[in-house]
Write a protein that binds this ligand. Structure first.
Ligand code: 5AD
Ligand code: SF4
Length: 437
């Protein structure tokens, strides 16, 4: 038998891209490819791009510049561009970079093997009607006991700064029966912890023979799968936090006490300009209701600083909101104009102002993150072991709140969910001792 061909996938950006890369690797696996860790020994390189905030185009073209050198030595090397930049720029990529053999948008990954074989057109940025994931091979459990599972794609919210509604298209939910089947398959392969993914995951509205499904109904059904021990979901919009989803945080023990609920800004003026369709006060009331259902929930958010027109007073309102919530985790970004979005038309703030605000904001968030992590010391938490640590007898896992935890447990096994007493907190992790059999 011929040696398998080697595929190197570079994934930029979000968890949904990580999931898509796994599915593409599986699809190509069915066509005889195995994945490799570097471009140097690959027969095919696939760049799975993200358009959200990085200087996506520049990054892609500088990577392609490097690959051009490689292709000079290996003329048979196939180069593909996938993801949101592929969707947004399509044929333009091939015009600028003739070394690119194929361009495939996020809705067309099922066509990738045929495209790579030369049996299909080499540009595909269509939005098909069927569930693209149905057309891909069955899942493998490649991340040990944890897995991502995309349940919804696209977004209808049109936040003024965001390209997602344009690159990923409007909201489409996968059928609940397909998701449940995929989850059961993953659990049979040893997965214990599933994170449901969607650009707007809590807007999930899928159907099945058993009627309509909201995200909370889907979570409740998933929770009935024996062997599945933990459920999470990301990313959510505040306006889609429905009552039963909040209730599920209180009464569904498999739903983990962690919620990523981006607010972006604490200023009503900026929120309005961003087209977020809620106020800071409404967000704070929502957080109160979520905490009433699950008092120990760890909250996470995204923030954008330096949105066009943001004043010192607007920025101060964001700091106030952060102080009022107390986040355990957060991501913060400098605003960067994305072509084609409404905000890109507006004048940008001076870079030094934005830099200074980002520093102030991140200092506050880091302080809160440390405090929340420190507050875990002394508590007994669930920890799912994901891999052995570097020291003999040590296991590394994630707590219910998604903190990394180191446990000295020579008998511990990957995939085991154990009770751990947290003993210490350091910069990026916790240490604890196992208390369960
Ligand atoms: N500039 C900066 N940050 C952005 N995000 C999305 N678009 C932009 C942009 N144009 C951030 C938001 C979003 C996260 C995924 O990326 O905070 O929640
Ligand atoms: Fe982008 Fe807003 Fe949709 Fe999130 S909710 S994907 S930020 S448009």
């Amino acid at each position: 038998m011929a040696d398998p061909k080697k595929l190197f996938i570079k994934t930029y950006g979000c968890q949904m891209n990580v999931y898509d890369s796994e599915r593409m690797a599986e699809a190509m696996g069915a066509d005889g490819y195995v994945t490799t860790e570097t471009a140097d020994d690959a027969d095919m390189v696939l760049l799975n791009t993200c358009h959200i905030r990085e200087k996506a185009g520049e990054k892609l073209y500088s990577d392609l510049g490097r690959l051009r050198e490689l292709k000079r030595d290996k003329p048979n090397l196939k180069i593909g561009v996938a993801g949101c930049v592929a969707q947004a720029e399509g044929a333009e990529i091939m015009r600028r970079m003739p070394i690119v053999d194929l361009v495939v948008g996020p809705q067309s990954y099922h066509n990738l093997p045929a495209m790579a074989r030369g049996d299909a057109p080499n540009i595909d940025t269509e939005f098909p009607l069927e569930d693209k994931f149905d057309l891909l091979p069955e899942r493998k459990a490649t991340r040990g006991p944890t897995a991502f599972l995309t349940v919804q794609e696209g977004c209808d919210k049109f936040c003024a700064f965001c390209v997602v509604p344009y690159t990923r298209g409007s909201e489409v939910s996968r059928a609940a029966s397909r998701i449940l089947a995929e989850a059961r398959g993953l659990v049979e392969k040893g997965v214990r912890d599933i994170t449901l993914l969607g650009q707007n995951v809590n807007a999930y509205h899928g159907s099945s023979e058993a009627g309509d499904f909201t995200l909370s109904r889907l979570i409740r059904e998933l929770a009935r799968i024996d062997g599945l021990q933990r459920i999470r979901y990301t990313t959510s919009h505040p306006n889609d936090m429905e009552d039963d989803l909040i209730a599920a945080h209180g009464d569904e023990p498999k739903l983990m006490p962690y919620l990523h609920l981006p607010v972006q800004s604490g200023s009503d003026r900026v929120l309005k300009a961003m087209n977020r369709k809620h106020t800071a006060e409404q967000y704070l009331r929502l957080i109160e209701r979520i905490r009433a259902a699950r008092p120990d929930i760890l909250l996470s958010s995204d923030f954008i600083v330096g949105f066009p027109g943001e004043t010192d007073a607007d920025f101060a309102a964001t700091l106030d909101l952060i102080r009022a919530v107390g986040y355990g985790q957060a991501y913060s970004f400098k605003y960067s104009a994305r072509p084609g979005t409404p905000a890109a038309e507006k004048p940008e703030l001076p870079a030094d102002v934005v830099d200074a605000r980002l520093q102030t904001l991140q200092a506050l968030l880091t302080e809160q993150q440390r405090a929340v992590q420190q507050s875990m010391v002394g508590r007994e938490l669930g920890v799912l072991y994901e891999k052995p640590g570097r020291q003999a007898g040590q296991m590394i896992g994630k707590s219910d709140h998604l903190h990394a935890v180191y446990v000295n447990d020579p008998a511990g096994k990957v995939g085991e969910l154990v009770r751990v007493r947290i003993l210490a907190s350091s910069t990026n992790s916790l240490a604890g001792e196992r208390i369960s059999e």
